[in-house]
Design a protein around this ligand. Structure first.
Ligand SMILES: Nc1ncnc2c1ncn2[C@@H]1O[C@H](COP(=O)(O)OP(=O)(O)OP(=O)(O)O)[C@@H](O)[C@H]1O
Length: 250
């Protein structure tokens, strides 16, 4: 079909009478950031759940690098190259940045954390972790315990954890949430560079970040994509202004 890394085809998900995902098709291409925006309750989390594998669609399919992953588990999708960062931090505060990132690699490889001490010197874990930290400009903090990091740096570690697994596509769910202007600006700068290596499907409420970062934007309202295009197109679209941007004065 296309050269899409990730593609959704006619996804539907109903919760009783509520059509939370209504015939959603979209894709993610190499080198881009595709932002998914929409007001509260639009169905963004439900859609992300179907991509990541926590939620089974009623109809439709999800493909990653040409492989149908619709009926795969979360872990299988991750192994195939679907990277994800979470809204809620899962970092181990007392451990160093490096150990946290290495644990992510280890988890994907199916090892138990009990063996962490022994494998902490394992080059197979160290190298991808170090590279991921370099990408996030955090290698100078590699051996700093997470509790000493700023909020923005923690978010960078969370992205590094996803990156260390060498994903083909990255899902970022509200990465700017809770960051001050400085933290958002830094992360925005990093994501602008990162997208060249791994395309990013970005769910984000910070419209300034979305308009700066996104190559394409899909607007979700009541489970359906009501508009799709670049930042300029989306800003001008009267349906988007009415349904979404109007209530945030954007
Ligand atoms: N497990 C569920 N059972 C029933 N209804 C659900 C379930 N999950 C989500 N919903 C409903 O589906 C709709 C879409 O919810 P969803 O959380 O996907 O929206 P959202 O765009 O992520 O919202 P927000 O920006 O507030 O996180 C909402 O009306 C929500 O109440």
């Amino acid at each position: 079909m296309s050269d899409a890394v990730l593609s959704l085809h006619h996804l539907h998900k109903r919760f009783g009478a509520l059509h939370a995902t209504n015939d959603v098709s979209l894709d993610l291409r190499p080198g881009e950031i595709h932002a998914l925006i929409g007001p509260n309750g639009a169905g963004k989390s439900t859609l992300i759940g179907q991509i990541a594998g926590n939620i089974r669609p009623d109809e439709g399919s999800v493909h990653l690098a040409g492989t149908a992953i619709t009926s795969m588990s979360v872990a299988q999708r991750a192994r195939l190259g679907l990277g994800r960062s979470f809204q809620v931090s899962s970092l181990a505060e007392p451990l160093s940045v490096m150990r946290n990132v290495m644990m992510s690699v280890q988890a994907l490889q199916g090892h138990s954390f009990r063996f962490f001490k022994r494998v902490s010197r394992d080059a197979a874990l160290l190298e991808p972790a170090y590279q991921a930290l370099e990408h996030m400009q955090l290698s100078h903090r590699a051996w700093t315990p997470v509790f000493e990091l700023s909020h923005g740096e923690r978010r960078q570690v969370e992205v590094a954890c996803a990156l260390a697994l060498k994903p083909r596509a990255l899902l970022l769910d509200e990465p700017m949430a809770g960051l001050g202007p400085e933290g958002s600006a830094k992360l925005t700068e990093l994501l602008e560079v990162l997208k060249r290596e791994v395309p990013i499907l970005l769910i984000e409420h910070d419209m300034e970040a979305v308009f700066r970062l996104a190559d394409r934007i899909s607007v979700l309202v009541s489970g359906s994509v009501i508009a799709h295009g670049d930042s300029h197109t989306i800003k001008q679209d009267p349906r988007v202004r009415e349904a979404y941007l109007g209530d945030s004065n954007a």
